[in-house]
Design a protein around this ligand. Structure first.
Ligand code: AMP
Ligand code: ZN
Length: 467
């Protein structure tokens, strides 16, 4: 059984998709007004874990992630840089795709952009006007929250004190401001606009997700994700718009990840503790160490990002690498051991069972590290045979289909100068010139290449710089 915590019901629920074997997933994507920060990537890595887990369980997953390329923030940013909205957002869209590839986040099936769906949004807004859920005021159109009695069901806010007819134009606002929200904003001086049947203007932020999710996934779909900050008002408003328009349930399972904070404080530019992926890479941090760190705190817990945490992630990934390295550089006698295939099967089963329990990542990782621990014992006892090596390697690859944290064993070839140095050292050793041999070894170590002299000859390992 798979179960997830559903924000809508406030409890763990068995996951049963609408169509057997098929999951329809919508995740709120980036607002492309700046480089995404590592808090955003916490949300995207959590969603990637969820998706990879569902794929490992054999589901087909149709995944849609929107790109918000018009809203208050993108308009402000473009104006400050004196660029058109499209030129401005394009830089950050490209950066976003580079970053998700770097973090091994699987691509969604669709990345609809808000600016490419204006007619669809106009259609839904017109429908909401006709059905009496929306009204026009001074050229803008608002959703009338008082007409939707279920408003507040997701975020559990009370709407009893709501003053009917009080409006809010901003895309983002707090729970203290439960008001009618803008579906369509009348053109303001100097802002980009679309000429439509609703007049000149632009959409509010929330309508895009209602429109683009139903366009690509249908009016009712299985899972909708985002960070906890999306619950109110964004997701609350999505439910109101969609359910008022279709009369059907919008989403069956709402999954939200908690925030990432930095050194115990909220991440913010002014505090100087605001990191993009690029900031970390420029500090020689391996992006997969960050991915590991983001993955390993349960998605419903707050994640406190520290450099110490990154160092631990690096050390843990190193353990996996060392194990794989041993496996690949030892010679094994032919044959196989039943114990090894049993261990591998057990690890894979436990891994998926635990992830099926609301993505219990720590228990799932325990299954991985137990496997490595037991296999290391067998390695030291000389029990492992050639076929076992393949079985173990395959088991790790299977688990890594979900985690995507393994370093590549297909090392890049060494540069010619380094190969020459290694040969030079071999000659020095053969000539018993150990001082020179050691000198060359130290030189290489400084360049991140560790040499090991074994019975089978010299081996090299590439060392990642320490954080
Ligand atoms: P935005 O670009 O602000 O619309 O955010 C994109 C996604 O990142 C949303 O799902 C947000 O909920 C999520 N998000 C933003 N800040 C954080 C954070 N500090 N920790 C985790 N998720 C976040
Ligand atoms: Zn959204």
């Amino acid at each position: 059984m798979i179960r997830f915590y559903n924000t809508l019901s406030g409890r763990l629920e068995e996951f049963i998709p609408l169509e057997p074997g098929q999951v329809k997933l919508y995740t709120c994507g980036p607002t492309v007004y700046d480089y995404a920060h590592i808090g955003n990537y916490r949300a995207y890595v959590f969603e990637d874990l969820l998706k990879r887990f569902l794929l490992a369980k054999g589901y087909r997953v149709t995944h849609v992630m929107n790109i918000t390329d018009v809203d208050d923030k993108t308009i402000r940013g473009a104006r400050e840089k004196n660029l058109s909205l499209a030129e401005y957002t394009q830089m950050y869209i490209e950066a976003f795709f580079e970053d998700i590839d770097t973090l091994k986040i699987l691509r969604a099936d669709y990345y609809p952009r808000a600016t490419e769906h204006i007619p669809d949004m106009v259609k839904m807004i017109k429908g909401l006007l006709v059905k009496g859920f929306a009204y026009e005021k001074d050229g803008s159109i608002y959703f009338d929250v008082s007409k939707f009695p279920k408003y507040g069901q997701l975020s559990k806010i009370k709407v009893s004190e709501l003053k009917s007819g009080v409006r809010i134009d901003a895309d983002e606002y707090t729970k203290e401001n439960v008001h009618d929200f803008a579906l369509w904003k009348k053109q303001k001086e100097g802002e980009p606009f679309w000429e439509t049947e609703l007049g000149r203007g632009r959409p509010g932020w929330h309508i895009e997700c209602s429109v683009m999710s139903s366009k690509y996934l249908g009016e009712t779909f299985d899972i909708h994700c985002g960070g906890v900050d999306n619950i109110f008002p964004h997701h609350e408003n999505e439910i109101a718009q969609s359910e008022a328009y279709t009369g059907k349930k919008f989403v069956n399972y709402w999954l939200h990840c908690h925030h990432l904070i930095v050194d115990g404080e909220k991440m913010s530019k002014s505090k100087g503790n605001f990191y993009t992926l690029r900031d970390l890479i420029s500090q020689e941090i391996d992006p997969l160490d960050l991915r590991y760190l983001l993955l390993t705190t349960h998605y419903r817990k707050m994640l406190n990002f520290t450099f110490n945490g990154l160092r631990q992630a690096q050390a843990t990934r190193r353990r996996i690498y060392d194990f794989l390295y041993e496996l690949h550089h030892r010679t094994f006698p032919p044959g196989e051991t039943k114990e090894v295939s049993q261990l591998c099967q057990e690890a894979k089963d436990n891994f998926l069972i635990n992830l099926g329990d609301d993505l219990n990542i720590s228990q799932a990782l325990t299954a991985l590290f137990e496997l490595i621990k037991k296999a290391n014992v067998l390695l030291s006892q000389g029990v492992i045979k050639l076929q076992d090596k393949q079985t173990l390697h395959q088991a790790l690859l299977d688990l890594d289909q979900v985690l995507a944290i393994l370093p590549s064993l297909e090392e890049e070839p060494l540069p010619v100068e380094i190969i020459k140095k290694i040969e030079e050292r071999q000659k020095a050793r053969a000539a018993k010139n150990y001082a020179l041999a050691d000198k060359i070894r130290d030189e290489l170590l400084n360049q991140g290449i560790l040499l090991e002299d074994t019975k089978e000859g010299v081996r090299w390992k590439r060392l990642k710089p320490s954080i």
